[in-house]
Design a binder for this molecule. Structure first.
Ligand SMILES: [Zn+2]
Ligand SMILES: [Zn+2]
Length: 161
C-alpha cells in the first residue's frame, strides 16, 4: 500500500476540536500521576494538537524533530502512550499495519473512508447514521458505548488513475 506510511492526510470538512477541554483532561491526568510537564513533552503534545491528520508515531516524531531536533523517537512514543492513557488520543488501525493516532474528541466525532490503493483517509460526519446505529443496538438489547465506522474502497484520484 504505497503512500500510506507517512501520516495519511485528512481530507474532508474542517473540524473544530475543543482543544482547551482536551488539554485540561491531560493536565488532570498528569497531576494525578505526578508526571512532570517537561519542555520536550510540551513540544510533542503541542505538535500532536496542531496537526490535523491521523499520524503514525514515525510521522509525529518527524514533525516534532522539525521543531526540536533533540527530541528522540522513544520520548515521542512514551508521550503518545501518555496521551492515549489520559484519554486525549485514540489509537486507530486501518488494516495497513500502521497504528495511527487522532484526538479522542467525542464531541467532534467523525468516521473514515480509507483508500485501499493510496492509503488516503477521508473523514466524514453524517449525523443521520446515529439513529440507525441506535436502532440496531436496541433491536439486539445492546447498550452502545462506541463504534468504528470504516468504509474501504478507492478514492476519487485512484479511481481516475
Ligand atoms: Zn479519524
Ligand atoms: Zn487513493
Amino acid at each position: 500500500m504505497k503512500g500510506s506510511v507517512a501520516g495519511a492526510k485528512i481530507t474532508g470538512p474542517p473540524r473544530v476540536h475543543d482543544v482547551q477541554r482536551l488539554r485540561r483532561r491531560l493536565d488532570a491526568h498528569m497531576r494525578q500521576r505526578g508526571l512532570r510537564s517537561t519542555d520536550q513533552r510540551r513540544v510533542i503534545v503541542d505538535t500532536f494538537f496542531d496537526i490535523d491528520e491521523h499520524a503514525t508515531i514515525d510521522r509525529l516524531a518527524e514533525l516534532v524533530r522539525s521543531r526540536d531536533p533533540r527530541i528522540g523517537y522513544a520520548t515521542v512514543y512514551r508521550t503518545v502512550r501518555m496521551l492515549v492513557a489520559s484519554g486525549v488520543a485514540k489509537e486507530r488501525r486501518f488494516g495497513d499495519g500502521h497504528t495511527r493516532y487522532e484526538l479522542a474528541d467525542e464531541q467532534a466525532h467523525h468516521d473514515h473512508l480509507i483508500c485501499l490503493a493510496c492509503g488516503r483517509i477521508t473523514v466524514f460526519e453524517e449525523p443521520s447514521i446515529e439513529p440507525v446505529r441506535q436502532r440496531i443496538a436496541e433491536r439486539h438489547g445492546f447498550e452502545l458505548h462506541e463504534h468504528k465506522h470504516e468504509l474501504y474502497g478507492l478514492c476519487e484520484q485512484c479511481r481516475k488513475g
